[in-house]
Ligand binder design. Structure first.
Ligand code: AMP
Length: 224
């Protein structure tokens, strides 16, 4: 199964993608995660990407498109993948659909998590990172980290949480949301037009609801 997932930052896209990847044994390909891994590893790609990421800007297509297409050609993606965070521009969408058609590996289903901008904004500002990968968010009671003086601990495992550098700058957050609601929505239109022509299912789900309800909707709608 090859799944493409859209949703603004803060929509729970990463959480639901990780769940679907585990459930259907798919490679979870997250463009933002590939950049963060390169930044942590001190690679030239990471150094270049950081210039854009901290400002909330998109990393240029000339870097991002080959990086993601190369990742999708790796062995673990052959049994299926869920692609999270890409495409974010019309050119990325066109390159992705072309690349997958050439490899004879078209998408099986497209998922869109819808979320009003104000909700996305407060969730981005409330997001905390757990070193053990649990989702934490001050704006979502179910997964709110526990305050301990000036610091916070993961609601699930108790580990100390941190905040992503690009989640603390309000200007960068606004820019990321501007980009999603303009450029990424244009990319989604390209994908939806393709899906209509190819009779590929597009599942829209409301991201405001309970995490487990959304998970169950996705499970029932995405399953082959
Ligand atoms: P994310 O973790 O998906 O919020 O991505 C973090 C940052 O990585 C974004 O704000 C962008 O700067 C960069 N990024 C991730 N995916 C893409 C993409 N498809 N195109 C360009 N930049 C991206």
């Amino acid at each position: 199964m090859r799944i493409l997932i859209f949703g603004p930052n803060g929509s729970g896209k990463g959480t639901q993608s990780a769940f679907l990847a585990k459930q259907f044994q798919l490679a979870h390909v997250e463009s933002g995660g590939i950049f963060r891994k390169n930044i942590k590893g001190g690679t030239a790609l990471g150094e270049e990407a950081l210039k854009y990421i901290n400002k909330g800007e998109l990393v240029p297509d000339s870097i991002t498109i080959p990086m993601v297409l190369d990742r999708l050609a790796e062995a673990d993606c052959q049994a299926g993948f869920i692609l999270d965070g890409f495409p974010r521009t019309e050119d990325q969408a066109t390159a992705l659909l072309k690349g997958l058609a050439t490899a004879l590996t078209p998408l099986s289903v497209v998922v869109v998590i819808n979320l009003p901008r104000e909700v996305a904004s407060s969730r981005l500002m409330g997001r905390h990172i757990c070193p053990n990968g649990h989702s934490n968010n001050l704006a979502i009671a179910q997964i709110a980290p526990i305050q301990n003086g000036d610091s916070f601990n993961c609601w699930s495992c108790g580990a100390g949480t941190t905040v992503r550098g690009d989640d603390v700058d309000v200007e960068a957050i606004n820019l990321r949301l501007d980009i999603y609601f303009k450029e990424t929505m244009a990319a989604l239109t390209v994908v939806e037009n393709w899906a209509k022509a190819e009779s590929v299912k597009v599942v829209h789900v409301d991201g405001v609801g309970d995490i487990s309800d959304i998970r169950n909707i996705l499970l029932s709608q995405v399953a082959p």
